[in-house]
Design a protein around this ligand. Structure first.
Ligand code: NAD
Length: 297
């Protein structure tokens, strides 16, 4: 069993990944360069466990056991020293990931599998900076991790099929549904999702319909739980832009060119939920969905 799991990066995704592994009997070390991020992650995990407790889906003992299975570290080298599996969920920047994987390769035990939760960066490229490309794989969890069932498993060019099989089995053990795909830009999830989000932005940009109208058509007409513009805000407009750039660079096809409005919004710091404004404005404590006044027609 891959008992000891180190999760690198304690942000939106890292705290959820740590939560899920700890709840399923793994010893977790959560690593971040920021002490503040680690504290915030632990309090988010506790809040999410409390929500599960109040719904009756876990007991007080489950909550206590989960929390006691998570330790934290601000040192990457020390934090992965006894890992059987590392799941990297640090900021989506190629140079950063390459640097992290070089360090992981030096300090994680030789048998450890090194996985990345990247949304779009090539697993083959990440693997190429290590001396164990056959033990590097993509393990792409969805947000929010404790809730979403899918794990998109990405085989790098050199990933050993036995490693893929171990990660498939592990994902099932975490009560997730694994889907194995090959390593090409955007993988499957974002290759399909991001052009849809971009098209929704173009539809607004070209004046065909307003923000609410576009989201309502997709919610009520296509049974999407969230409209594409609201979903873009939830994912982060900077993240959407960077994935579209990866698709555009990787395939060289004009259909992946990001809408100029998306580029402008990111340049203006309007990143969606995390910055308080994107296609909608987000007021702490309010669940109302209010279109950004800048985008009202
Ligand atoms: P985030 O910005 O919320 O968190 C990133 C964390 O990484 C921060 O706490 C930061 O301090 C930490 N970090 C930066 N450099 C580090 C280093 N050298 N060592 C350790 N920690 C470091 O980002 P996120 O949204 O959680 O995304 C993390 C990864 O997950 C990215 O690769 C992203 O593409 C992917 N992802 C995100 C989503 C999503 O909806 N947000 C969904 C699927 C996958």
């Amino acid at each position: 069993m891959l008992k000891n799991v180190s999760v690198v990066g304690a942000g939106t995704m890292g705290n959820g990944i740590a939560h899920v592994f700890a709840m399923h009997g793994h010893q977790v070390t959560l690593v971040d360069v920021s002490e503040q991020a680690l504290e915030k992650a632990l309090s988010t995990i506790e809040k999410n466990l409390d929500r599960m407790l109040s719904k009756g889906s876990i007991t007080e003992a489950d909550k206590a056991a989960t929390l006691s299975s998570i330790q934290t570290s601000t040192s990457l080298a020390a934090g992965v020293g006894s890992a059987d599996l590392v799941v990297e969920a640090a900021t989506e920047r190629v140079e950063l990931k390459l640097k992290i994987f070089k360090t992981l390769d030096q300090h994680a035990p030789g048998h450890a599998i090194l996985a990345s939760n990247t949304s779009s960066i090539s697993i083959t490229k990440i693997a190429s900076v290590t001396n164990r490309p056959n033990r590097v794989i993509g393990m792409h969890f969805m947000n929010p991790v404790p809730v979403m069932k899918l794990v998109e498993i990405i085989n790098g060019y050199s990933t050993d099929p036995r490693v893929t099989e171990q990660i498939v089995q592990l994902s099932r053990d975490l009560s997730k549904v694994p889907v194995v795909v090959n390593d090409y830009p955007g993988f499957v999830a974002n290759r399909i999702l991001m052009p849809m989000i971009n098209e929704a932005i173009e539809t607004y940009f070209e004046g065909e319909a307003g923000v609410e109208e576009i989201d309502t058509v997709m919610k009520l007409g296509m049974a999407h739980p969230m409209g594409p513009l609201q979903l873009a805000d939830f994912i982060g407009l900077d993240v959407c832009l960077s994935i579209l750039q990866v698709l555009h660079d990787g395939y060289g096809r004009p259909k992946y060119a990001p809408c100029p409005l998306l580029v402008n919004m990111v340049q203006a710091g309007k990143l969606g939920v995390k910055s308080g404004e994107g296609f909608y404005v987000y007021t702490p404590g309010s669940k109302d969905l209010v279109v950004s006044p800048r985008l009202m027609r």
